[in-house]
Ligand binder design. Structure first.
Ligand code: SF4
Ligand code: SF4
Length: 247
């Protein structure tokens, strides 16, 4: 399968493919949970245009959701094409399943971490991927597949998050710390889950059966909730410019 040609037609800005054997243990179990015979993970992303961030919250949310759904359709299309070539494949779901690690909720397939292994960028203090070409405005989707990855890609060696701390200081919820982002403190999620209910929500989200029950609710929230904040993206030096982060 010619992935370059496929992603060009789909309007995808960046992609990479990483072999299962090149994933650390922490990131191998998720893809194998989705597809036990998986040989690789394909991660791809689109740049969110800067003007989107300046729109009123409701409109901004809808635009970003539209990009996420477009990526989801590309993932389904790619999986179908690979299945037709006799490579079993599965789409990484847009919202669920998740896993709970040290009290923090993560996607079961950590696309950003896999993108880093595949050379697409590095992760900043705000846990957002910084790309040399697209700054911190890439949004990702992915599939797991039986197709082999080929030669391993090299992760970027430079650590270009300047640790300037702007994202930490700007966060109104105090959500960004040394261990990453506490999603329950993020202003986009905290209105839906009061602080008192966080331990119960964390416990519930660690159970597959509850996740299946919660999936329609999560989809509903994602569709209709308004994105209140993205300060940790917009204050970062990589928001407006690419490469060095200076500008
Ligand atoms: S989106 Fe806003 S509230 Fe959430 S982590 Fe970023 S700065 Fe904090
Ligand atoms: S705002 Fe500064 S510390 Fe935060 S991710 Fe961007 S470069 Fe890194």
């Amino acid at each position: 399968m010619d992935l370059d040609a496929f992603f060009l037609v789909e309007g995808i800005d960046e992609f990479t493919i990483v072999g299962i054997e090149n994933l650390p243990d922490a990131d191998r179990s998720g893809p194998l949970h989705l597809l036990p015979s998986a040989r690789s993970v394909i991660v791809f992303g689109r740049e969110i245009p800067i003007p989107f961030y300046k729109l009123p919250p409701g409109e901004k949310t809808q635009k970003m959701l539209h990009i996420a759904e477009t990526l989801d359709r590309t993932a389904a299309h790619l999986a179908d094409l690979l299945i037709a070539e006799n490579f079993r494949s599965a789409v990484v779901p847009l919202f669920l399943p998740v896993r709970v690690v040290s009290g923090r909720i993560q996607g079961i397939v950590r696309l950003k971490q896999i993108a880093v292994l595949g050379g697409l960028g590095m992760i900043g203090k705000n846990t957002i991927l910084i790309s040399l070409r697209y700054g911190n405005r890439l949004v990702f989707a992915g599939i797991v597949t039986e197709m082999e990855a080929g030669l391993p890609k090299s992760p970027l060696v430079a650590d270009f998050c300047g640790n300037c701390g702007r994202c930490v200081r700007a966060c109104p919820g105090g959500a960004i710390g040394p261990a990453g982002v506490n999603a329950f403190r993020c202003r986009n999620i905290s209105p839906w889950i009061p602080a008192l209910l966080v331990p119960a929500a964390t416990w519930l989200m660690s159970h597959d059966s509850v996740q299946r029950f919660a999936a329609p609710f999560i989809s509903w929230i994602s569709r209709y909730a308004t994105m209140r904040c993205n300060l940790c993206v917009t204050v970062c030096p990589y928001f407006l410019c690419r490469g060095t982060g200076e500008g």
